[in-house]
Ligand binder design. Structure first.
Ligand code: FAD
Ligand code: UDP
Length: 377
């Protein structure tokens, strides 16, 4: 006889692990949580390297949110280390804060020009406002358009072309709007009210999330390996929906990355967590882990990100590509799924084909629980 679980959850990233935890602890459901990877945490997985430095295997993950519900929930499983992420870009051989802000104008322009531009921006948008670059380029004011073109060329065009293989205007405007121009001197990368890192790292958080006795955890286990071996009441799948249906309706495009890690014999490599290279190099950014973890020593670990096309079976699909055609194809896949696999719900960054941050993945998992069972906290 097949072993029965109330819920099968495919993927032990934030979406799957949070949902499994709530179902097990709040609804007393028997949950089988599987992941094809050999570890918990999905793309948020971290571990120690041979130098004892905590690093993020799938690229730098900085936690930030405006959701008190998400903070309250995750705080049941981790303490926090205060950390506000800062980023600079190399522009005209100088280090300019990103998001681009009034400090950048003062570094790059003469003081007379900078004063004029600052007044223009403050009078047009208001001090403290955040303006997406594509909106700024549409300004009625020629002086603002010129400045916007400068920022577009030096901050957005090269970086976006490397990151996505597409120009900013070929993507949903929401992509570049994640990093709006700040009409202020705020040099933090994120503006969220809560910006902290899990004190003992993400993997420790995931170990606590998944430790409930109602959860059976099977790592190194693909959906295909268990699908015919067990029975289940409900399932949530946080992998890619096009792969699940063997690309029956066509391929959903994703962007992939290659990460190069290095431990350098120096105590500090760069002045802030991340340095972006919008107009030079084949990589987009270098992140120095010690800024994120506080683990300063005589050596320092950095990660360099090289964007690449995603090739199913060969590379990892890290980013859904936010474009209307892709969103439409994803919708068609969900309609197909409703007919072909009605007891499986697709969720998460891959399943929903949405450019979620970690807090959004957690928020959506809590919402799935509420919809299926009842209030999550
Ligand atoms: P995932 O973490 O992708 O987990 C899905 C899991 O499903 C994977 O482990 C996969 O192995 C498993 N899986 C898929 N198919 C199958 C199958 N058939 N069988 C078994 N298992 C399967 N967010 C932030 O908030 N801050 C950041 O700084 C940040 N930086 C990022 C940097 C990079 C380079 C990337 C790629 C993402 C970043 N994110 C960041 C986003 C963050 O990674 C996601 O929001 C979060 O990981 C989404 O969780 P998830 O559970 O939906 O998906
Ligand atoms: N971006 C850019 N230049 C920068 C930083 C960001 O062009 O210096 C654009 C780019 O298109 C990028 C998007 O803004 O993909 C979102 O940046 P974010 O740092 O949020 O990307 P992620 O951390 O998710 O890779």
């Amino acid at each position: 006889m097949k072993k029965h679980y109330d819920w099968l959850i495919v993927g032990a990233g934030f979406t799957g692990a949070v949902l499994a935890e709530r179902l097990a602890s709040r609804a007393d459901k028997r949950v089988l949580l599987i992941d094809r990877r050999k570890h918990l945490g999905g793309n948020a997985y971290d571990c120690l390297n041979e130098h004892g430095h905590l690093f993020h295997q799938y690229g730098p993950h900085i936690f930030h949110t405006n959701s008190q519900q998400v903070v309250d929930y995750l705080s049941l499983f981790t303490n926090w280390r205060p950390y506000e992420h800062r980023v600079v870009a190399i522009i005209e051989d100088r280090l300019i804060p990103i998001p681009f802000n009034l400090t950048g104008i003062e570094i790059l322009f003469s003081s007379a020009e900078a004063e004029k531009l600052r007044d223009l921006l403050v009078n047009s948008y208001g001090f403290g406002q955040k303006v997406p670059i594509l909106r700024m380029r549409d300004s009625e004011h020629a002086g603002i358009r010129d400045l916007a073109d400068f920022i577009y060329q030096n901050v957005f065009h090269g970086y976006t072309t490397k990151q996505w293989g597409l120009a900013p205007e070929q993507l949903s405007p929401s992509v570049t709007a994640r990093v709006p121009v700040n009409i202020s001197y705020d040099d933090r990368y994120f503006a969220d009210s809560f910006q902290k890192m899990p004190l003992e790292g993400y993997t420790r958080l995931f170990e606590r999330l998944t430790s409930h006795s109602n959860i059976t955890l099977a790592l190194d286990t693909d959906y295909e390996q268990v699908a015919s071996q067990i029975s289940f009441g409900n399932a949530v799948h946080t992998g890619a929906v096009d792969e699940f249906f063997s690309y029956e309706l066509g391929h959903l495009p994703y962007r992939s990355l290659r990460f190069d890690f290095a431990t350098l014999r120096q105590s500090c490599h760069q002045p802030v967590g991340t340095v972006n290279y919008p107009t030079s190099q084949a990589f987009t950014r270098i992140t120095e882990m010690a800024h994120l973890t506080g683990q300063w020593s005589e050596a320092t670990t950095v990660v360099v990100e090289y964007p690449q096309a995603h090739q199913p079976g060969l590379t990892t699909p890290y980013y859904p590509i936010p474009q209307d055609d892709n969103q439409n194809l994803h919708r068609r896949y969900l309609q197909f799924a409703a007919r072909e696999a009605p007891n499986i719900q697709f969720a998460g960054r891959l399943g929903d084909y949405r450019y979620y941050n970690m807090d959004q993945a957690v928020g959506h998992a809590l919402a799935i629980f509420t919809k299926s069972i009842g209030p999550s906290l």
